[in-house]
Design a protein around this ligand. Structure first.
Ligand code: FPP
Length: 244
């Protein structure tokens, strides 16, 4: 890792937090212990991302497919999310963080839905960092619901405006921990031009140094958005020039 500071920081970082189960199993602990430790890693990333100037941070907490896990693991994950939200929302608010949940929230328990609404309302005007949590989210669900709503409004071609966070910029940097190299039905539409960073590090071990490594990698990428390198550089869309 370079000791130089990264000058070009991604505005929006989206994360698939994989490897909690393996982290726990390596320590002869139940899988849920890995999820609990994973919440600490989320807290740490939120702090360091804010400090580094990231404006939007999105984490994949529970996918549309995660319902297929053993029932006790599903209940534990829901409980963990509910408790984290209840216990930490005031601290988020005090730090100027805006909380948003994305996903098919109607399938969650009424308690969690209520907690989410309260957290979103409390933090709605904060601007230091927008923290999006994807719960019961799937990229295919997102596109389907957007098309349905756009058709119902009579403007089918406007469907991107109905996607989960159409009011926020697309992610610049996608991070997936835990060794797999796939997107797993995360933000399928929004990741079209995102730089994809994969690391073998298990999510609970993803610390400040790991995040810094991903930022350096991002800063070295040439983002062309379909243009030639020369065109992109001329339009100053080239973060690699920004690293000092
Ligand atoms: C994937 O690891 C992780 C999850 C399915 C859940 C991630 C959720 C958290 C870290 C809690 C988030 C809470 C808040 C408040 C945002 P895995 O279980 O698939 O790990 P494995 O691949 O090693 O089995």
């Amino acid at each position: 890792m370079s000791a130089e500071p990264v000058v070009h920081v991604p505005k929006h970082v989206a994360v698939v937090m994989d490897g909690n189960g393996r982290w726990a199993q390596k320590r002869f602990l139940p899988r849920v212990a890995g999820h609990r430790q994973g919440v600490d890693a989320v807290r740490r990333l939120m702090r360091v991302a804010g400090e580094r100037g990231v404006a939007h941070l999105t984490v994949f907490a529970f996918s549309s497919e995660n319902w297929k896990r053993p029932e006790e693991e599903v209940s534990y994950l829901m409980e963990l999310f509910f408790k984290a939200l209840r216990d930490e929302i005031q601290k988020l608010h005090d730090n100027g963080i805006r909380f948003r949940a994305i996903g098919d929230l109607a399938a969650l328990s009424p308690d969690i839905q209520q907690q989410i609404r309260a957290a979103e309302q409390l933090t709605a005007n904060n601007r230091a960092l927008t923290f999006n949590v994807a719960v019961n989210y799937g990229g295919r669900w997102d596109m389907t619901q957007a098309v349905e709503r756009a058709c119902a409004a009579g403007h089918p071609t406007n469907f991107p405006q109905y996607l989960a966070f159409a009011d926020q910029p697309d992610p610049d940097l996608f991070i997936r921990t835990g060794g797999e190299r796939r997107i797993s039905n995360f933000l399928l539409w929004q990741l079209a031009y995102t730089e994809l960073y994969f690391t073998d590090t298990l999510w609970p071990d993803f610390d400040e140094a790991e995040f810094e490594r991903s930022l350096h990698w991002f800063a070295s990428r040439e983002r062309r958005f379909g243009q030639t390198g020369e065109q992109a550089r001329a339009h100053q869309a080239l973060p690699s020039k920004a690293i000092q």
